[in-house]
Design a protein around this ligand. Sequence first.
Ligand code: 8OZ
Length: 357
Amino acid sequence: MPDQSILQTSFRLGSLELANRIVMAPLTRNRATPETLAANDLMAHYYRQRASAGLIISEATQISQQGQGYINTPGIYTPAQVEGWKKVTQAVHAEGGKIYLQLWHVGRVSHVSLQPDGGAPVAPSAILAKTKTYLAQGFAEVSAPRALETSEIPGIVQDYYNAAQNAKLAGFDGVEVHGANGYLIDQFLRDGSNHRTDSYGGSIENRIRFALDVTKAVLRVWEPSRVGFRISPASPANDMQDSNPQALFGQLVKALDGLGIGYVHVNEAPAADGSAFDFAALRRHFRQAWIANFNYTAERAAETINAGRADLIAFGRLFISNPDLPRRFELGAPLNALDQATLYGGTDKGYTDYSSL
Ligand code: 8OZ
């Protein structure tokens, strides 16, 4: 086995000392309490079991009702939701772990049945995504979105600000802005989904404006080292495309570097047509920490960190089925298999019943 000891070394993320380089990726599991969309004891148990990660990034958490796109995802916009998340942060901290909250607005990846007053989901432009969501009744095509008025944008930025404050009240160590996977921020970034003619559309400078407005709002609450930003620059997920992703994400990462945030987290999912994306070039635009994610094994993770291509590696599916993933990596122990059927919603089954060594 090639030397993987780098994974077990500590890492200084701004003012936080992480115990190892193994990050738990944000993972949608749809187990919030249905009536309140608050985190609960079952979720606290799940995160507690995984607290040996150097850093946990919470599942994507909507900043408003408008920002919800799937059944039973948690929110961070009501007092009950703040109280629910306190159970989670206290559980993780009791085990010596660290946890950031991922701030989420789905934009057009939603359904009228989840929206305030049954209205249309909102998006930069009124362009329907060819993608599905899942609701109480099962999978469904997303609903046709309406384009946001320019005058509505400050209100959404304010929702991010309030959510960032609530995250602090709930005891999180920091926040990650979800700018990936075809949700609202990503819809503004890429020109396949953003056909706006105001100051939020057109040039790259304009298309990154919303991402930067949101990040600046979060930075009024959190010191820069406690803020991360997630991107998926090549991924076609949720019907995304862009005419020049290398230029777009290069400029975005440079601007995030200028804001001094603590890390960029890159989902390295490849383009649909297999065209190459130069992730290393992006990394050169950013001076703080770099988190890479996408089907990494322990071996590739160690190689990537040793080669200086990332500081930390996030693991998603492996952390679902292996609550003690860092220890298993350390020992070279066998890994539990994943049960696909229990990923999204349900009970403790396939959630908190995966074994530790
Ligand atoms: C899987 C299912 C639902 C949502 C993402 C928040 O892709 C998600 C998500 C993933 O970022």
